[in-house]
Design a protein around this ligand. Structure first.
Ligand SMILES: *Cc1c(COP(=O)(O)O)cnc(C)c1O
Length: 386
């Protein structure tokens, strides 16, 4: 389906709301019925009716249709956070005694679920280096029911060969999930590659304005309906209509923003690569990236997030660099209009900093919508201060 059609028209029924171009925010908790027959029908078919906004809501539905189509999927569920989408997707596909294979360093809160919450219910997880398909094969147990991927990872950009993982999983009746937050469906479509469930933190690029938290989960109508009728409605962490409306607004400019950020990121990578204080730049669309060929094969774009390793023999230099930036803000998250930085050493106790450890000298930079030169000048100035 054509991307412009999806973003501008699909799912919108303007004649039903005064031909308004922007859809209304149907800010209601419940929907009324004229007859008991209709109410009974709604109870029996909540997935396809408006009964109560914890389940289905018309504003949310417009966004669901668009995100499902962008992801080459049949259907989509929207959550109040990306973390909630991850939790529902995983919980819906395991029972006591099951085993999960996950990539080594998934998103922080996904990892916590695997290591702290699921073991309480008898579900175990093996963490593997997902860059090699043989590691999935070696980790498989008779009770493996789920494979969890995140490609690329949002710090070191490690990729999984999604087609190979999906085909291996299918041979063994294993469900696959991919966290696609980095690429968005515009730059990578996991479901089209055979992955069962594709999810993303819509907080990042879909919103694009750093003003809401949300998550999206896409897959076949069958699997999405099953999750809707159990985990989605039980956990009750579906998105609110207003937040869905903010995402619809963000979505209108997604291709434009990704284009802009892609061209900016290219310039920043080139600047960092020639800077004497930079030891290494890690970015999936850089020809020197260890999985460059795979990145080019399964992703149509990469942008915004990159990691660089700074040359420093003490933590103070890294702290000074971050604190001397005048425009790039120090904050978590990414995908918004504003450029951001996070030093890895902020997650390390100061006394444990080890300059010999390359990880401790990593900084993750997100390029926002500012002019490339404006961001580069800021980096240059901060380098000069250390
Ligand atoms: C931010 C993020 C999440 C979690 O999404 P929230 O919307 O913050 O709950 C999951 N995966 C990745 C890769 C992320 O960057």
């Amino acid at each position: 389906m054509n991307t412009s059609y999806i973003i501008n028209e699909l799912g919108e029924e303007r004649e039903n709301y005064f031909n308004a171009v922007a859809p209304p925010i149907i800010q209601t908790s419940n929907f009324t019925f004229k007859t008991v027959h209709e109410l009974r029908h709604a109870f029996e078919n909540e997935y396809s009716t408006y009964l109560y906004s914890r389940g289905k809501n018309p504003t949310v539905d417009i966004l669901c249709k668009k995100l499902a189509a962008l992801d080459a999927s049949e259907d989509c569920l929207l959550f109040n956070s990306g973390a909630a989408a991850i939790f529902a997707a995983v919980l819906a596909n395991v029972k006591a005694g099951d085993h999960i294979i996950s990539v080594a360093d998934p998103y922080t809160w996904a990892k916590k679920m695997f290591t702290e919450i699921l073991p309480r219910f008898g579900v175990t997880t093996s963490f593997i280096d997902g860059r090699h398909i043989k590691n999935f094969e070696e980790a498989r147990l008779p009770n493996t029911t789920l494979i969890y991927t995140e490609s690329p990872n949002s710090w070191d950009f490690a990729l999984q060969d999604l087609t190979a993982v999906a085909s291996f999983a299918k041979q063994h009746g294993i469900i696959t999930i991919c966290d696609n937050s980095y690429c968005t469906p515009l730059y990578q479509q996991p479901v089209a590659m055979g992955i069962d469930l594709s999810l993303q933190s819509a907080t990042k690029y879909i919103s694009g304005h750093s003003d809401t938290i949300a998550g999206a989960l896409c897959g076949s109508a069958k699997i999405i309906a099953r999750i809707f009728n159990s985990e989605y409605n039980t956990i009750g962490s579906g998105i609110q209509p207003f937040n869905a409306w903010l995402l619809l607004r963000g979505l209108r400019t997604l291709p434009l923003r990704l284009d802009r950020i892609s061209s900016t990121t290219k310039k920043i990578v080139a600047f960092l690569q020639q800077h004497p204080r930079v030891e290494e730049v890690i970015f999936p669309f850089d020809a020197a990236f260890s999985q460059y060929q795979l990145a080019k094969k399964q992703m149509t774009g990469a942008c915004g997030l990159l990691t660089f390793v700074i040359k420093a023999d003490n933590i103070t230099s890294i702290e000074t660099f971050c604190e001397k930036l005048q425009h790039i803000m120090m904050a978590v998250s990414w995908g918004g209009h504003e450029s951001l930085i996070i030093p890895k050493c902020a997650s390390v106790k100061r006394e444990n900093f080890d300059a010999a450890n390359r990880q401790h000298r990593m900084l993750r930079l997100y390029a926002g919508l500012e002019d490339a030169d404006y961001i580069i000048e800021d980096l240059k100035r901060a380098f000069d201060k250390i």
